[in-house]
Design a protein around this ligand. Structure first.
Ligand code: ADP
Ligand code: MG
Length: 637
């Protein structure tokens, strides 16, 4: 077949351009990416060969070879893995198939530094070769196809690539990089070796280079025709901890997660017993760009007895730990395990429970460093970083993971009236430790923003009494709270729901309040009548000090905030009328006269104000404005 020229997908062009400019200072990563692809190709071959051993074609020793040619100014990376067919080369090397690609490009800002970090997260892969090469040639043949069905793919990385069918005896892929002007330093065995040892030492199959030897007669290094292995060539997680340096763990993470930043923490251990497996788990230092996408791929890489089985095995992790990266290598699962089998396997359940416990311990340790006098500043800062990046996801665990609810709740951090910032640093245990002796409940308020929560009229009495209130503003909070009824034996109570019973905190004032209530009974009855279409009930409150009124949800009813949230999400929210509470001490309330002509207007005003204060939307804003103006004029006149 003749050579065909094709155009890259628009996103590829954009990525190529950006990458060459923003990742130049990090250019050595191209070798890591190409070796990582070669290693993936070996994994895929091993996996397909479980069902069809003929794919090995009498060449079962999988390896990667790296070479260079000073004269031709090329570097080659050669593997005998699965290879690509003509069509696979076109689609795999001409498009980006990853989910969330569109949103990713939407996030690019044009600011080189920011974009470089984003690109790192996205995983640059094969195209990173163009950072150092102005032309790349890929020759490949898929395992199982005939020698006549090879493919050659070439591109200068500028919008187009060419493909043609070639004769290729060797299974697998050979990638040749034609180096750009100025990249000569890469053309040395020493340089290439040192890059490989830095980034790819952990790769689980041999990376070979031709031996070099000193030729005394010629007085120069000469390249021999035999190969030597230049990496450790055993999968990192199979080695013992004491033999692995922090750098090696970090490099492995970067390879695994396509992330060029270091992880916050990791844990590595072998579990023996009923179910035997090795786990190496990492907590990243930042959320991936697609963490909130519905089709975000999560889960661990699954190996069975060192054989790669699948990426993103989501059955190995509960959903609320979807930010964790890592590897599980099981000794018990069958090699031909499928996603369906994983779902039902008891071994998998045991692994998932084990992984969950490990991750929670890792997070507990990180959280412990925050208050540990011995911990370094760097360690102290880690949990804050973690919480900022992944706190909202972890909170889902309070609803999702019944067995570990208490542990997850302990890890949660909130903003609170105890602090003057919107940072989420207060744990439930901190709160409980600060509770007043007579206080029996943990109080919270929910709102759209920290500002709104902090200024909620419902907090007035708590401020007066010096009682701390948690300020909850994440979308997941209301949902989470429906699962978290108590902590450490103390019930959680919304400051905006039900009768405010401050218990012993309020005893002395009770008598006085009862007297006032008795006196104002007729007023309250009239207000109820005036607001019968809007309010479920009207009652006096002693929770307000500065505001004339506020709305509360009846015990057992959905809060106004949650109703609005459901509506915003396009869901059916039951229409539940709130209760209006009025502050008998407020001048506006004191001035109410049931026999005046504008009594109804005043009642409506108190209701509408309360609704606005808690972030609600008025049903009829025009009437509100009209009514308010009429009342203001009445006052003025
Ligand atoms: P990723 O590795 O994240 O999928 P890359 O850009 O690195 O993305 O590679 C794109 C695709 O090209 C791979 O998913 C794979 O299908 C194919 N590919 C790249 N290199 C090789 C190789 N050496 N052997 C077989 N397929 C390869
Ligand atoms: Mg890759």
């Amino acid at each position: 077949m003749a050579q065909e020229t094709m155009s890259f997908q628009a996103e590829v062009k954009q990525l190529l351009h950006l990458m060459i400019h923003s990742l130049y200072s990090n250019k050595e990563i191209f070798l890591r990416e190409l070796i990582s692809n070669a290693s993936d190709a070996a994994d895929k071959l091993r996996f397909e060969a479980i069902a069809n051993s003929a794919l090995y074609e009498n060449d079962p020793n999988l390896r990667i070879r790296v070479g260079f040619d000073k004269e031709a100014r090329t570097i080659t990376i050669d593997d005998n893995g699965i290879g690509m067919s003509h069509d696979e080369a076109v689609s795999n090397l001409g498009t980006i198939a990853r989910s969330g690609t569109k949103e990713f490009f939407g996030k690019l800002s044009g600011d080189q530094q920011k974009d470089a970090a984003l690109i790192g997260q996205f995983g640059v892969g094969f195209y990173s070769g163009f950072i150092v090469a102005d032309k790349i040639t890929v020759e490949s043949r898929r395992a199982g196809l005939s020698a006549a069905e090879g493919v050659r793919w070439t591109s200068a990385g500028e919008g187009e690539f060419a493909v043609e069918t070639i004769e290729r005896a060797q299974r697998g892929t050979t990638i040749t990089l034609h180096l750009r002007e100025g990249e000569e330093e890469l053309l040395s065995a020493w340089k290439i070796k040192s890059i490989i040892q830095k980034y790819s030492d952990h790769v689980g199959l041999p990376i070979e280079m031709k031996k070099e030897e000193w030729d005394a007669e010629k007085s120069e290094m000469v390249t021999k025709d035999e190969y030597e292995t230049i990496n450790q060539a055993s999968a990192l997680w199979t080695r013992s901890k004491s033999e692995i340096s922090d750098e090696q763990y970090q490099q492995f993470y970067q390879h695994l997660a396509h992330d060029h930043q270091n992880p916050l923490a990791w844990t590595h251990n072998r579990v023996e017993g009923r179910s035997e497996y090795t786990q190496l788990l990492y907590v990243p230092s930042h959320a991936p760009f697609d963490l909130w996408n519905r089709d975000h791929k999560s889960g661990l890489k699954l190996y069975v007895k060192r054989v790669f089985i699948m990426d993103d095995a989501e059955q190995l992790l509960p959903n609320y730990l979807r930010f964790v990266k890592g590897v599980v290598d099981s000794s018990d699962l069958p090699l031909n395990v499928s996603r369906e089998i994983l779902q039902e396997s008891r071994d998998v359940k045991a692994i998932r429970d084990g992984v969950t416990k490990r991750v929670l311990s890792m997070l507990e340790e990180m959280a412990g460093a925050v208050t540990d006098a011995e911990a370094s500043e760097e360690d102290k800062a880690k949990y804050t970083t973690f919480w900022t990046e992944f706190g909202q996801v972890l909170k889902e665990g309070i609803g999702e993971d019944h067995a570990n609810r208490e542990r997850v709740a302990k890890l949660a951090r909130f903003a609170s009236t105890h602090n003057d910032t919107n940072e989420q640093t207060v744990s439930l245990a901190d709160y409980v430790a600060r509770m007043k002796p007579e206080q029996t409940k943990i109080y919270y308020v929910t709102a759209d923003t920290w500002q709104a929560a902090k200024n909620s009229p419902h907090l007035e009495v708590f401020r007066k009494k010096g009682v701390e209130v948690l300020l909850l503003t994440d979308r997941v909070d209301e949902w989470m709270l429906s699962f978290l009824n108590e902590f450490d034996g103390k019930p959680l109570a919304s400051v905006a729901r039900g009768d405010l019973d401050l218990g012993a905190l309020n005893d002395e004032e009770k008598q006085q309040q009862e007297k006032v209530s008795e006196e104002l009974k007729p007023l309250v009855e009239h207000m109820k009548e005036a607001l019968k279409d809007k309010a479920k009930d009207v009652r006096l409150t002693f929770r307000l000090t500065d505001s004339p009124s506020c709305l509360v949800a009846d015990e057992g009813d959905m809060s106004g905030y949650l109703q609005r949230m459901l509506k915003a999400a396009g869901q059916q929210a039951p229409q539940m009328q709130p209760i209006l509470e009025v502050n008998p001490e407020h001048p506006l309330v004191k001035a109410l006269r049931t026999d005046s002509a504008d009594f109804g207007d005043w009642c409506n005003l108190l209701f509408d104000q309360a609704l606005l204060a808690e972030g609600g939307a008025l049903e009829d804003p025009a009437s509100f404005v009209k009514r308010t103006n009429a009342l203001l004029m009445g006052r003025a006149g």
